[in-house]
Design a protein around this ligand. Structure first.
Ligand SMILES: *Cc1c(COP(=O)(O)O)cnc(C)c1O
Length: 353
């Protein structure tokens, strides 16, 4: 009898999108990565790095990156927390802020990691249903709860919520922490960062993984009232003082200077997304209007599962989720125009049979 097993923490882990090992003519539209390389300033910062410094620990306060982000968003240095991708920032936030006996709230169709963290930390939760058009029903969040989290725009739907609606949720929830996960906000929608002075219980979480083309370096951050940030740092220093490595700090700071490249690549992705909406409609797909770098689209001529598999046979990767309300659609990341062209040609071919 392996009695020790009784005391092992049991979790059903989050399953990330596949990172296929095959190189070559692979079209990867399954994890919402940016199809463009990071800013040339990242390449330069990488070449300029003094590798001998790697013998030292990095700055535990990550002051350089924190200051640069504070400047970028016009907030104080004490309003910024950084972590190893926004997944790390979010996991730390669950641990720090969601300690009530009441359930936390997040949508039934959303980033599936929320449920995993809630289970991991034994946080009770409830999942109000999105409406027929995949919109968050704000009234559902105006009930007693232990905290709130939602992405804006939402994932995997791509649907954006107006800032006025976010404000409604904040007004009804002054006694709990409300986290807005803005992983995709650079592709559309209005940021809640401007509300942090009015709501001391608002935490906005962002990432370098999507709009800044740096998923591989793992950089995320949170912006909020100084007391929220202090609470996060207290937990971080109780867990692992050195979360951010030197390369992430240097490259993450450097790219913030390159606003032109950031805008150029973001606008290219938005333009490709808008063209892709037309093509998807022509191919018989239906989808909620996306303001992100992906489209959550339902094919009408073939099942989502079958299309997913046939695309994969052609080395084209998209994401398919199980679950009653999502299994009929595919989440298709926006690649380059060329990637999308090959995707659409393959879909057309498959649908013609
Ligand atoms: C991609 C994503 C994240 C995680 O991003 P990382 O910074 O790469 O950890 C968090 N939230 C949502 C909604 C995402 O889609």
């Amino acid at each position: 009898m392996q009695k020790w097993k009784e005391n092992v923490r049991k979790v059903v882990p989050y399953v990330p999108g596949e990172q296929p090992k095959v190189e070559g003519r692979l079209i990867k539209l399954n994890t919402n990565e940016n199809p463009y390389p990071p800013s040339p300033l990242a390449v330069k910062a990488s070449a300029d790095m003094d590798i001998t410094k790697y013998r030292l620990y990095p700055d535990p306060a990550v002051s350089k990156l924190v200051k640069a982000l504070a400047k970028e968003y016009g907030v104080g240095d004490n309003s910024v927390f950084v972590g190893v991708g926004s997944d790390d920032v979010l996991a730390m936030s669950f641990l720090t802020f969601f300690n009530s006996d009441k359930p936390i709230l997040f949508p039934d169709v959303t980033y599936s990691f929320y449920e995993v963290w809630a289970d991991l930390y034994h946080i009770p939760y409830e999942c109000p249903k999105l409406d027929e058009e995949y919109r968050i029903v704000t009234d559902d969040y105006c009930v007693p709860n232990g905290g709130i989290i939602f992405p804006n725009p939402n994932a995997p739907t791509g649907v954006v919520m107006e800032l006025e609606e976010v404000r409604k949720i904040l007004d009804a929830n002054r006694d709990v922490v409300v986290i807005v996960d803005e992983a995709y906000i650079d592709f559309g929608g209005e940021s809640a960062i401007k509300l942090i002075d009015q709501y001391d219980n608002l935490l906005v979480v962002r990432t370098y993984s999507k709009s800044r083309s740096m998923a591989g370096l793992r950089i995320g951050y949170a912006i909020g009232n100084t007391e929220l940030i202090k609470a996060l740092n207290d937990v971080k220093y109780s867990y692992n003082s050195y979360t951010m490595n030197m390369a992430a700090i240097e490259l993450g700071t450097a790219v913030l200077e390159d606003k032109e490249y950031f805008e150029e690549t973001t606008n290219k992705i938005i333009a490709t997304r808008e063209r892709s909406k037309k093509r998807l409609s022509e191919l018989g797909f239906t989808f909620p209007d996306s303001r992100t770098n992906f489209i959550f689209a339902k094919p009408s001529k073939i099942s989502a599962q079958e299309l997913f598999e046939k695309l994969k046979e052609r080395s084209i990767y998209v994401r398919h989720f199980d679950g009653e309300r999502v299994k009929d659609s595919l989440r298709i990341s926006i690649g380059t125009d060329e990637d999308m062209e090959r995707f659409f040609e393959a879909v057309d071919e498959i649908q013609r049979g």
